[in-house]
Write a protein that binds this ligand. Sequence first.
Ligand code: FAD
Length: 457
Amino acid sequence: MEREVDVLVAGACTAGLYFAGLMAKQGYRVLVCDRSSEADLGKRYDIIHIAQGSFAQFGIPEPGPGDPDYVQAFHQSLQRSALDKWPKNNYHDVLVLRRAPLMKRLSAWVREQGAEILFDTDYISPEFDDRGRLAGALVRQGGQDIKIKTRLTADATGIGAAVRTKLPQDYGVENFVTGPRDQFYVVLRYVRLQRPEEDKVELTCSWPYYKTWIAPQLVPGGAILGVGANLSFDYANRCWERFASRLKLPEYTFQYLEQSSTPYRRPPYSFVSCGFVALGDAACITNPWSGEGVPYAWLLCSIAAEVFGRVMKDGAFPVKESVWELNRRYQQAQGALFAQNLAMLSGAVKCSPEENDYEFKHSIIFEDDADKGKGNMVLKLLGGLLSGGISFKSLSDLAGAAGIGGKIYKHYMAFPDKPEGFAEWVREAEALWSKADNMADLADRDLAAMTAASIPG
Ligand SMILES: Cc1cc2nc3c(=O)[nH]c(=O)nc-3n(C[C@H](O)[C@H](O)[C@H](O)COP(=O)(O)OP(=O)(O)OC[C@H]3O[C@@H](n4cnc5c(N)ncnc54)[C@H](O)[C@@H]3O)c2cc1C
């Protein structure tokens, strides 16, 4: 069986559906394929948090009370120190949503724009034209092979990056596999509180030192206890045990567990090549501070739809040079900041619980919205050093990571506006990344220390 479309989108979740809708809206013939059944789409985990403003920003119909994907909205979240003190209030409007019905909302919106979705359909392999350009795909639906001719293939297959990883080495986009050490492992325990009135969870409270949080659940009297960590689910669970052994948590009855992972590594240096774009988790663009990915994927999708939509008019094939501006625009809008944070985070986590507590107390790194921008950070850090609140070693780790992060930020902001300067830019980027710590290495050391001390903790 053979089909011809303008755009093939592999993967029908938050990134793929949104990009498909934007391209279909511009009049392109768009086909989306997903290996999942329609009924199971999005069921990898249930509850998802998305900034409320993202829906209006990206033109997606916003869920509201009474809709099947809507659970609740919250406007405030809290962060607390490693010693469970100095709460920092942050204010932002966030929607708590159910992922599977949210995918139904997006699927309906995509079909309204004129795109077609094929479920139970696996992306198998790329196909190339006689000039070596990506110009099609083999997909498989219920044992039947379908050859698809297309001018653009968008990889939105999530962490597995089913298209990108199958491109030839020299195709212009890195084809690395996001391996186990390049992932952030999230474990969510859905629980019922034993004293629901006293311990009611109405907002998300997190403890950045332990990368743990307690969030509202679907039902009143419930809560989600979350932990995220690099390295493995096993290490994430050890981190949770350490956290639970040090702080007093509300008493609860365990209901069920969800666990899944997100990419945690630098994205490919280029997201585009001839007839190709990588989006969402396939492009590794999750936020290094939170592991969240949806609004950031929508940003990349919106830039991609604008650039490819313009370039592909009148039947033109989107060659790498014609769509290159996407890279620069994404890096300047978001990528440079995430790259900086990825490089800096190791410096912020290498400290003792007492030092983390000091940082909270003096609004170093962790700030209440009301204190944002107040005080001089250098003086605060020096004060920490002189008073013994922060050790010289921790301060120099922090300064070293901040220094490398700053250089990476500047380098990404100066992303070349044409492919010509790219090889040189990549060489410099590689040199900078080689100086940044890897969070999986830090996790390895922490796990070894925990094991040696037979803790939790
Ligand atoms: C436990 C957990 C909680 C999270 N919470 C949040 C949150 O609250 N807020 C937030 O913004 N982010 C959150 N994230 C991150 C967020 O889930 C991801 O960034 C986001 O789902 C990425 O969307 P995506 O469309 O790129 O990929 P995915 O959601 O992974 O979708 C990929 C799709 O591709 C399909 N597919 C895969 N391979 C193939 C193939 N070969 N052929 C055809 N189809 C294929 C899959 O079936 C799937 O439907 C969380 C992640 C985890 C693990």
